[in-house]
Design a protein around this ligand. Structure first.
Ligand SMILES: Nc1ncnc2c1ncn2[C@@H]1O[C@H](COP(=O)(O)OP(=O)(O)OP(=O)(O)O)[C@@H](O)[C@H]1O
Length: 322
């Protein structure tokens, strides 16, 4: 399947991709890569160009200029080879309401002209937690069950790349958590995942890397889990004493404009050591907690230059700039 040596294990490559609809540049000179085994979050507000980009990746829309490659194969030159190992949820999935979940998957395979193995179908349904309801009509499925059925459908042919456009839309927090765990299991089994969202908190814990997009352009990339450092917010009664002690330790620290709080950068294994040292030095600690606002602030700053206010709810920013 490899048409050329794939550099740096990049399995998906956007190379200066632009999509023009009349006067609207839905995607504007977009370049980024997804490497093997990553969960890449594709993040931006409504209208940023996420769906258009993913549709181009799947060969459903042709780029105006630029190239998209999967495993080094140009999607527009050899669509079927490029997409051979790709599963996707791109549009709202439509199922036969009067057929069961199991029958729906069987029907899709039949339409694709593939032999239907009860074991394979059963395995896919079990993987997404639908074993219990496999024989119930889809008509009676909740939104979460339908999303999981869509995932089972995308996984039918055991893809090594999954492309998911806003797969968590409409899921309640419990279903979202389950969906995340499932995607993590898929990643652990070697599947590369590109998923879009307009809500940072949906993908933040999941993605190993994030690509931020606004007005069709990449406005930043962020390694998340690859960066082994974590930020810890520390608040003490005597801020000056806290800063002095942190300076004596090997922790990069900075003040933030949050009631005299200080954010220290530490490796996950060092967090307990950091706290112990401060306590032993008799620094009067008022609060110690993981600090995650930084990523949120960066996201907001990127999608909306005039807004640096970290207090804006993430959902509230979804429409900014669209
Ligand atoms: N077929 C089309 N014809 C004309 N304009 C389009 C078409 N598809 C998308 N656009 C425009 O391109 C821009 C990007 O849309 P796109 O759907 O890719 O954004 P998105 O990031 O997926 O947004 P959302 O989160 O709302 O789904 C928008 O301005 C949209 O109106």
């Amino acid at each position: 399947m490899e048409a050329m040596d794939v550099m740096d294990d990049a399995v998906i490559q956007f190379d200066h991709v632009t999509k023009q609809y009349g006067k609207v540049k839905a995607v504007d000179d977009l370049s980024f890569e997804v490497r093997r085994g990553e969960i890449c979050g594709f993040l931006g507000p409504n209208g940023a160009g996420k769906t258009t980009s993913l549709r181009m990746l799947l060969g459903l829309v042709r780029p105006t200029t630029g190239r998209i490659r999967i495993h080094g194969i140009d999607v527009n030159e050899d669509t079927s080879s490029a997409l051979a190992g790709v599963g996707a949820i791109i549009e709202e999935s439509h199922f036969y309401p009067y057929l069961t979940g199991e029958q729906n998957l069987r029907q899709v395979l039949r339409l694709r002209g593939l032999s239907t193995s009860t074991e394979v179908i059963g395995a896919r349904l079990a993987e997404v937690g639908l074993r219990e309801v496999a024989n119930r009509r889809v008509k009676g499925y909740s939104l979460g069950m339908r999303q999981r059925l869509a995932l089972a459908l995308a996984m039918l042919q055991e893809p090594d790349i999954l492309v998911l456009d806003e797969p968590m839309n409409g899921l309640d927090p419990a279903a979202m958590r389950e969906f995340r765990l499932h995607l993590q299991r898929l990643q652990q089994s070697g599947v590369t995942i590109l998923l879009s969202s307009h809500i940072l908190s949906e993908v933040e814990q999941l993605a190993t890397r994030m690509v931020f997009i606004n007005h069709g352009r990449a406005v930043g990339m962020e390694e998340t889990h690859h960066d082994r450092s974590v930020e810890v917010l520390v608040r003490a009664r005597d801020e000056a004493a806290l800063m002095t002690h942190l300076a004596n330790l090997e922790h990069a620290a900075r003040r933030i404009s949050d009631g005299g709080a200080v954010v220290a950068l530490a490796h996950p294994n060092d967090v307990s050591g950091l706290i112990r040292t401060l306590v032993e030095a008799q620094v009067d600690l008022l609060e110690v907690r993981p600090y995650r606002e930084n990523l949120e602030a960066q996201y907001l700053a990127r999608i909306n230059n005039e807004s640096q206010d970290t207090n804006i709810a993430m959902e509230g920013t979804a429409h900014v700039g669209s």
